[in-house]
Design a binder for this molecule. Sequence first.
Ligand SMILES: C[S@@+](CC[C@H](N)C(=O)[O-])C[C@H]1O[C@@H](n2cnc3c(N)ncnc32)[C@H](O)[C@@H]1O
Length: 587
Amino acid sequence: MSISNLPSVYLDDMKKILGSEYEAFLDSYSRPCRKALRINTLKLGVRDAAAFAEEFGRETGFHLTPVPWTQNGFYFEEEDQPSRHSFYSAGLYYLQEASAMAPAQILPVSPGETVLDLCAAPGGKATELGARLQGQGFLVANEISAPRARVLMKNLELFGIPNACVTNTEPARLLERCPAFFDRILVDAPCSGEGMFRKDTAVVQAWYPEKVLECARVQREIITCAADMLRPGGMMLYSTCTFAPQENELTILHLLKERPEMELMEIPYDAFRRYFSEGLSLEQLVRLGVLEAGTVGALDVDLTKTCRLWPHKIEGEGHFCALLRKRKPGENEEMQEQQPGEAVREAGRAHGAGRAEKRGGTYRVGRAGKTDRTYRTDRSGKAGRRGGSGNTSRAAGQEKLQPAETQMIQNFMAGYLEQPQPGRPSASETTRSLAGLLREGLQEGRLEVHDGQVYLMPAGVEWMPGIPTLRAGLYLGELKKNRFEPAQELAMVLPEVPFPDRELQTDAAQPLPVEENLREDVEDHYVCLDPADDRLERYLHGETIPVRQAGQNGWRLLCAGRYPIGWGKLVGGQLKNKFPAGWRIPG
Ligand SMILES: C[S@@+](CC[C@H](N)C(=O)[O-])C[C@H]1O[C@@H](n2cnc3c(N)ncnc32)[C@H](O)[C@@H]1O
């Protein structure tokens, strides 16, 4: 990127903000942008980043270096082309710019929490938040744009997140249904994108000076709605990929004035101090002419608690992050006086006690482990999920699952949720716990069927109609005349093959000796190919592929190495392709 292509108004502003660092900042435009990927911790454990980089690098041929401010982010080299590796189709990682990994890293998220990503498409942060829940709790990933919401849904499905709901609505409408509802909220706001200028010339071309204030107006609305959806005691992370203070520190200032119950938190700098810089102070904002000097005296806030990521200081693009918390009632007097509305406070208290309930019936939430397992939602039907428009309500087409049907589904799933036998090498901890969660869901009978489509519902959540929803619960497959046809979404949440040492099929024509530790029932469930086998690529294009005939004809989970990528039906040494048309990679 040449500096001569950058708007002069933008450069003037940057010079004022950066002062003596301006030249170094300009130099960063002549440095290449490093590409990065983030490992899906639902599917792979990363305990020691350096060791993982080496081991996974050996397995894939990638040249990986840890991104220092994340636990599971790695730079790769141009030649690695991880999007073309079969592990990409197994959902083992997400390609994401290194600075963009920061917001989801900074927001503390633990299994069991109720989390909202308010501006979520295409899912760079939502996939990480979902992975961090480790199947427990609930993620609502919302996106205002319908086409982008569909991309978001696909990415969450590819990541195998079993407890996510994808909604497609405006923040204000979501707020009507969910006041004081979420434990954690991420607001990765639409912005003027100045921090991406180095990486993407299209963003430079789309920029104009007024865009900064236009975005700032939208951000103020979004962040205020988000704060009202946060339960007292909950935390929110606001981020942008721009440098303009009007979209960053001033948006935070606006929120703190409008919602005094919100407080700015120190970003845990122990982990991040070396790489991130402080946000601009009130005095700096006055010097820049974006804040009136007269207002500063009345403000009691330290905006330097926010943080900025600068491309001349780190190997990443420009970002801004602010961590906020909503005080609980009684934490201070001022907050109690100005809490926005009695209803919100009521809902928040109930939620704190383990169950949120808004009277009038817009929503109720029972926490995991409760016997109340009703779950309601607007859910798009088959056509909707594959790109149609309508959201059908739950009542339409809902059927009762017969005990024999439940049994059939349980039998089908059981083959893929086995615990490794004692003495056999075991799958990763994460994988085993995910298998446990699925088994638990089946045992608790959290299955629902709509127009023949079977869903596994997250534990103890009830979601009332009224929110346009693309996906809620995990789509397991379809019931057809006493048959169960598994869905791609199910393939993506199934654990890795629980036999790490199993030999891989390398040649369809050459039968492998049956390994000692391989039982017939395993042969009846999986086809595992070497991750570099070109039959995987052919499968991803939609072709039928030849494989070794082992066990009976029927459904097989095709795996890249040990990691599932999709279904096929084995018939006489041919694996008939069941990879959905919408997922196929153009040939
Ligand atoms: C920076 S992007 C989000 C990127 C995403 N968090 C990720 O990591 O992949 C901002 C998103 O906000 C959405 N958006 C635009 N206008 C909005 C509005 N008024 N309210 C809520 N979201 C909006 C955009 O469609 C866009 O997908």
